[in-house]
Design a protein around this ligand. Sequence first.
Ligand code: NAD
Length: 699
Amino acid sequence: MSMVTTTRISNCAVLTLDHAPVNGLGLALRIALTEAFEAACADAEISAIVLTGAGRMFSAGADITEFGTPKSMTAPSLPDIINIIERAEKPVVAAVHGNALGGGLELALGCAYRVVAKGTNLGLPEVSLGIIPGAGGTQRLPRVIGAAPALDMIVTGKPIKAEKGLALGLVDELAEGDLVAAAVEFCGRLPAGEAALRPTRARGDKMSEARGNESLFADYRKSMARRARGLEAPYAAVECVEASLGEDFDAGLSFERETFKKLVVSTQSEALRHAFFVERASTKIDGLAKDTAKQDIRRAAVIGCGTMGGGIAMNFANAGIPVTVLEAEDSALQKGLDIIRGNYAASVAKGRIAQDKMDGCMALIQGVTDYAELGEPDMVIEAIFEKMAVKKEVFAKLDAVCPPDTILATNTSTLDVNEIAAATSRPEKVIGTHFFSPANIMRLQENVRGAKTSDETIASTMALAKKLGKVGVLVGVCDGFVGNRMLYAYSRQANFLLEEGALPQQIDKAIFDFGFPMGPFAMGDLAGLDVGWLVRQARAATRPSNLRYSPIADRICEMGRYGQKTSAGWYNYEKGSRVPIPDAEIEKLIIGVSDELGYQRRSIDEAEIVQRCMYPLINEGAKILSEGIAQRPGDIDTVWIYGYGFPRQRGGPMFYADTVGLKEVYDVMSALYDQHGEWLKPAPLLAELAAAGKGFGDM
Ligand code: NAD
């Protein structure tokens, strides 16, 4: 069957894109569409053409698996088809429902009119993949809605609803009920002859305002500086929209095409596409049958309503799942609930959510202090202090009071999930759900499978992540799991760099410039330095004496400086401010430690800082892969992008390593190992891949 079907309704040809699941505009569909369109144009009985989509939507755009391959350039290309449609001598009306995104919206923009079902999403999200709309979107959208709103849509990549599209002029008519019938009826109301054609390229009415506004683009570039830091595509998009102001439409189109071609082969776009694909792939669990039964989580409970427990409870409420939170003491419970209420109220005050949404969420959260009041939850997430003995006690209690089917999860960030599971009679129902702080905002949910965790528990917990709007990644048990274990390797080196000559602000700047939202010291201050200090104290007795250890962080904690919460940590903070201010006292302390340990301080540049922090992180990732703690390199990338703010445009640490070249990473690690010893020993997998001239992506 053809991917485009033609039917005739009165004197309209209705061309329906029919290529499940999203009417992706791959080569086969493009060929079918061109043929059907030309046939409709040649048919003397047809006076207007309606273009629509079968299934759930009009079209989600180009087939991104074709990007950068010869197929994407093979004629008819999407720009070719859109040009043919725009030059047709019969009026063409797009009948749009569901989504018209990327190439899908560009196709609709090539049509003279758009009749759109209510609630439809219209957008040009290309920048999120490191490219720009390359089939005329940057030239036609400004002609239809004006340059300023077009900039917003193209540079942010955020779709708008049909209703807003109507106000902007992107939508000519909103439809309810039978969309195709509405479009055919719309055709019937068009004037006769040429007056109905209205090719987008010839429209200029919306352009005059921007042509007279000299500072529009300069101002826009300034306003996007923070959001688009380190990104190429959003700036390229601005340039293209700016080019659309010229009188020569075809010159604008060629400029857009050239820009698109450059971006589509850029490392940044490759990295962003990688990030997109590996995030989707992370839901696939090796060895888990597709039809594994899943427990539906309809009621939940959270033990501990502190920093993490409160945020986790909010996640459930936000997803409409009733949740009971338990604290041992009523005062702690009230404090926790007040913080939750305060968080919602702040969102209401900022206009992010409506008051009734807040009320609805608060009504779903019930606080208790007695295990007997937990009810019959399908899942319990424990988020109490990081102490094994207390966690085991809590799990034994939960095991005794919860129905036998209840999944018992722990939010521990360092403890052995197997040991916790052994405190229950249902280790197959025990799993780690490692949320990140603030838990109601950070998207990562690192799910930790224990040795005995059942497939059903894993499948249910991965499905829960999706329900909560999180990105679930499954990992295995080890110290720190995937994320924090790699973080230790990175922050350890950052601390050593202090002893060797760098200062916190220098390292933080290098890591910020690399693309992270903040460097390791600013992040430590934000998270609270006492947390790591307690862990280090607990482990002091078992610390191998032959391994280098930096005492600086401990000394800072001994001074009572725990970070932002005490207005002092690695930096100073003015009351109520989160802006780190370098402190001469800390500099003195660091230089003192260098002297004490016999390090001759030297100047260390940004490139060295990045290598010294990132390569050990990658090296640890290689060990994690060999041990099977992560299923695939892409899962590690997803963990780091969503849990730690690793710059997405670099694709995650393992992808980044491949772009550097594993031989280079290995050579630098080997040299560092010779110089600094054991912590920096290259992982066998890194050595192996580097010697074979391969990357993590080849695994
Ligand atoms: P927190 O100190 O803010 O909160 C712990 C809460 O648990 C407190 O409100 C306390 O009153 C309550 N509690 C303690 N013992 C209890 C018991 N027996 N029964 C009921 N309630 C009890 O700690 P947090 O930062 O929310 O950390 C909780 C867990 O999450 C820890 O395992 C921690 O390692 C993990 N975690 C923390 C972070 C983070 O950034 N804070 C990130 C990821 C994971």
